[in-house]
Design a protein around this ligand. Structure first.
Ligand code: ATP
Ligand code: MG
Length: 315
């Protein structure tokens, strides 16, 4: 089976317990939950049985251990996660507003995550990879950008493929080279996985069809537009496949896009028909939102298939 890798931020998420809770005053918190968009992605891919490994860095602390242990338990290759003594693992504090939007307080570039590099272990992992997945949020510093771009070059030089999820988090995407890097990654991608308005960051078109046509003409193999509870729409040169979402009770939306993307890319690598890859991806995205914490809603393939078969929420 094809091996996929990602590189980027590894962190713990700490969540405000109440909707609308402000971080300007003390209040109840939940967590720490293992997190970081590329970590969620690699964890979900591994849980589906795809060989998958992550390049990143944590501190020699409990938050780092929590992340490595979780990824290992899910079956991911953690050999290229560096552990830095004297550095704290990255953190994200998140609070949900009443309108369902999120407010984050991140510490990533100045945490152990900021020390990400293409070291010997990362080089070895990349040599065994058939596919690299890049998250826009992982382009959080010039150093992280260099790691992502070199991963793309290595995997492509070996005949591999690339997927790209913009996963825009404005709070952390302050690197001077970030915009250029986003365009650079898109130009090298086979699969593009934007969510909502992210489609229009890379196109001058005003509607979905116009943007999709423009981007497909630039060389993408396919575009999968994520639409939250409504599901997702797949586009390639041959046409469009709309795939509805599964009805679930959403308790925490964070991580849905990463779990969806991991499932879609894993099944694309297995040569699945777009409609089949989309069904599994929508199921993984739906399951992700049924648990508090971005990696708590990751399930193995058998459980995802059982969920699809019954159409019922998992207890
Ligand atoms: P993230 O917050 O992780 O960045 P995203 O914005 O990238 O998410 P979304 O469109 O919110 O992506 O969600 C990805 C997928 O997860 C959707 O396409 C859908 O399949 C599933 N999903 C998300 N929210 C729900 C929901 N409330 N009910 C059912 N499925 C959902
Ligand atoms: Mg996303």
């Amino acid at each position: 089976m094809k091996k996929l890798v990602s590189a980027g931020e590894i962190l713990v998420e700490i969540m405000a317990e109440r909707i609308g809770q402000s971080f300007l005053e003390p209040g109840p918190l939940l967590g720490p939950y293992p997190s970081g968009a590329p970590a969620i992605f690699i964890g979900q891919a591994a849980a589906l049985g795809q060989p998958a490994g992550l390049i990143g860095a944590v501190g020699d602390d409990d938050f780092g251990r929590l992340n490595i242990e979780r990824l290992r338990t899910l079956g991911a290759d953690v050999s290229a996660i560096a552990v830095h003594t004297g550095q704290a693992t990255g953190t994200a504090f998140v609070t949900y507003r009443a309108d369902a939007s999120r407010h984050f307080v991140f510490n990533i570039a100045n945490s152990a995550s900021g020390l990400i590099e293409t070291d010997t272990a990362a080089t070895k992992l990349l040599a065994s990879a058939d596919h690299v997945h890049v998250m826009g949020s992982s382009l959080f510093s010039d150093r992280a950008i260099a790691v992502a771009l070199s991963a793309i070059e290595t995997v492509k030089a070996g005949g591999g493929t690339v997927s790209f999820d913009p996963n825009i988090r404005r709070e952390i995407m302050q690197a001077s080279g970030m915009r250029t890097a986003l365009d650079h990654v898109l130009a090298r991608a086979d699969i593009f996985l934007p969510s909502g308005e992210e489609l229009f960051l890379f196109s001058s078109a005003k509607d979905e069809k116009g943007a999709v046509d423009e981007l497909l003409n630039r060389g993408l193999s396919c575009i999968v537009l994520k639409k939250g509870a409504a599901g997702a729409t797949y586009h390639d040169r041959h046409g469009t496949v709309a795939s509805p979402g599964f009805a679930v009770d959403e308790v925490d939306p964070t991580g849905a896009g990463d779990c969806f993307g991991a499932a879609f890319v894993s099944f694309w690598l297995r040569g699945a028909a777009p409609a089949d890859a989309m069904r599994i991806a929508n199921a993984c995205g739906a399951l992700a939102v049924t648990r508090k914490g971005p990696m708590e809603g990751i399930f193995p393939l058998e459980a995802v298939e059982a969920f699809i078969a019954t159409g019922k929420n998992m207890q």
